[in-house]
Design a protein around this ligand. Structure first.
Ligand SMILES: Nc1ncnc2c1ncn2[C@@H]1O[C@H](COP(=O)(O)OP(=O)(O)OP(=O)(O)O)[C@@H](O)[C@H]1O
Ligand SMILES: [Mg+2]
Length: 246
């Protein structure tokens, strides 16, 4: 576990290939609307790891040289609070933030599409997504929806139901098992259940103090030197990036 938080090196070279760089959106040409990929973190359940996954995927993608915009559609603004802390840190890869509630999704989409040079939009959503206005517009706009769930039965029930709704809308997505305790019997059962119910991200995110701590510093797990859980989140990012073709 990390007890003294220090910034990890940010001089990591971009892992984009020359071809990917050549096809990246060009500034000043209004290319964002056509080329930016949208990833949505969504579930019917609160507290399953949507915001934590959003911010950590954003910092890892930004560390890879990808131009990331975070869209916070949750009126609790947990992600925006994290971003405010991040703004106070120096020398970090830039991540832009748009904070607009899900009920006003059309405005949010318009605002993001007016931004230049965006490669990736990561959308954090409020709890209880089933009943939110704007959700079907949002998931239809998504290139990929990641549905986090802990290994606890109520979370799994909700995630499976939400995935069913995505399938009905013909939206691509995958479950992401988060906050896992791999030694508990429920872990194996959760994996089996999610594997049977749809596409499951092959790596899960362990329940770790260092991952929880990312909220406290405005940093991502990859930006905390020596933090446990960096591999977990980086592997999830590799899965997501392959899934959306970035
Ligand atoms: N892998 C993890 N290890 C340890 N703690 C975690 C992990 N993932 C999330 N948490 C903690 O669990 C809590 C809920 O996580 P998070 O805020 O990401 O969930 P959420 O789905 O966004 O919740 P809400 O629906 O209320 O917005 C937070 O306190 C967060 O720090
Ligand atoms: Mg949240």
């Amino acid at each position: 576990m990390v007890d003294t938080i220090s910034l990890a090196s940010h001089s990591k070279p971009s892992s984009k290939s020359a071809d990917q760089k050549a096809s990246a959106p060009m500034h000043g040409q209004g290319a964002t609307a056509k080329t930016a990929k949208w990833i949505v973190l969504g579930s019917g359940k609160g507290g399953c790891g949507k915001t934590t996954s959003s911010l950590n995927l954003a910092t890892i993608a930004a560390g890879d040289g990808i131009n990331v915009v975070l869209l916070d559609t949750d009126e609790q603004q947990t992600l925006s609070n994290w971003h405010r802390l991040r703004e106070r840190q120096g020398g970090l890869p830039s991540i832009r933030l748009v904070t607009i509630p899900l009920s006003d999704f059309v405005r949010a989409a318009r605002e993001i599409e007016a931004l230049q040079g965006v490669d990736l939009v990561i959308v954090d959503t409020p709890p209880g997504l089933d009943n939110q206005a704007g959700v079907s517009q949002l998931v239809r706009r998504a290139d990929f929806v990641l549905v986090p769930s802990s290994q606890a039965k109520p979370d799994l029930d909700s995630a499976v139901e939400f995935m069913g709704a995505l399938v009905n809308l013909n939206v691509r997505g995958a479950f992401l098992l988060t906050k896992t305790s791999q030694r508990w019997g429920s872990y194996r059962m959760a994996k089996k259940r999610l594997n049977g119910a749809g596409n499951l991200c092959p790596v899960d995110v362990r329940f770790l103090r260092d991952i929880e701590a990312t909220h406290e510093f405005g940093l991502g797990i990859n930006e905390l030197s020596g933090a446990k859980g960096t591999d977990d989140m980086e592997s999830v990012w590799q899965f997501v990036r392959k899934s959306v073709g970035i």
